[in-house]
Design a protein around this ligand. Structure first.
Ligand code: CP
Length: 309
């Protein structure tokens, strides 16, 4: 297989195991490219990509922009906070106006779950989901799975724990879909108030006990408490959350086996993990960020190949 099954990347839910493996194989080649002294290839010369961000981002936005530039694409960046969205322009009008300037692909982050599916019914260009509200963050899940595979090998039967604020996390849902498609076993762990009521229907195990979860897993993906998405109070205080669900170095050192630690960022140091854990040998957090560029190059390259097929 040399092509993706879809012209968009809207979510991991919509892609196949073969798609994921093709993205990984392509990303391995691009990882070699970006570690060379000359990091640029001409693959997307004459392709124009718009990065359209209706929400804040550090990693995803920079990573996409670097991936696009490494592939020699022309890049325009749109941020809703200083745009005509503030004057009431709709999503479809905004994107159609950008596309009228001969843009070929749209990378979009939007606070509304499903915004990308909605847009895909109204425009012709390839759309890549860079995060839609609490729904999906497919490129994060792909770079996460790629980074786990790099550290632990084939994901089949690997035990992955996703710990923290699952309820508000698009990273959690995309990771669950991606890891399960690759044959991994997934447990979600957190306080009952931060786990969606029907999460078991996705085929994951559920735990409220951090110590037991750490003893079970090969890899712990620590998620941030998303205070900006929380209208209600889900736990008494950050201090109490941290005492029950924060990972510390002594906890890792007392486990019978060495596990790896991940975090999609941004980290709340001292809440979900201590600084010592974040910066430890067991943390692969910066590997995730490095791999993000290669994964996004692979996705852009493969979707560009789908443009007229
Ligand atoms: N992981 C992630 O999506 O980070 P940003 O919000 O900084 O893009």
């Amino acid at each position: 297989m040399s092509q993706l099954s879809s012209k968009h990347l809207l979510g991991i839910c919509d892609i196949t195991e073969d798609d994921i493996n093709l993205i990984f194989k392509t990303a391995e080649n691009f990882k070699q490219v970006i570690n060379r002294p000359i990091k640029k290839v001409p693959s997307l010369r004459d392709i124009t990509i718009a990065n359209v961000f209706f929400e804040n981002s550090t990693r995803t936005k920079i990573s996409f922009e670097l991936a696009e530039k490494r592939l020699s694409a022309d890049v325009v960046n749109f941020s809703s906070s200083n745009s005509s969205v503030k004057k009431g322009e709709t999503l479809i009008d905004t994107v159609n106006n950008i596309l009228a300037m001969k843009v070929d692909m749209v990378v979009m982050r939007h606070p509304a779950p499903g915004a990308h599916q909605f847009l895909s019914r109204h425009i012709d260009a390839n759309i890549i989901n860079a995060g839609d509200g609490t729904h999906e963050h497919p490129t994060q899940a792909l770079l996460d799975a790629f980074s786990i595979r790099e550290s632990l090998g084939d994901l089949k039967d690997k035990k992955i724990a996703i710990i923290g604020d699952i309820l508000h996390s698009r990273v959690a849902l995309s990771n669950i879909y991606c890891l399960q498609k690759l044959g991994a076993k997934v447990t979600v762990c957190g306080p009952p108030t931060l786990l969606p009521r029907h999460i078991r229907s996705l085929g994951v195990e559920v735990s409220h006990n951090l110590q037991e979860t750490l003893e079970w897993c090969d890899c712990a993906n620590m998620l941030r408490i998303q205070l900006e998405r929380q209208e209600d109070k889900y736990f008494p205080s950050l201090r109490e959350y941290s005492l029950q669900y924060g990972v510390t170095m002594p906890m890792l050192q007392n486990l019978k086996k060495e596990i790896i630690l991940m975090h999609p960022g941004p980290i709340n140091r001292g809440v979900e993990i201590t600084s010592e854990v974040a910066d430890s040998e067991q943390s692969i957090i910066l590997n995730q960020v490095e791999n993000g560029v290669a994964i996004r190059m692979a996705i852009l390259y493969l979707l560009a190949g789908k443009q007229n097929s």
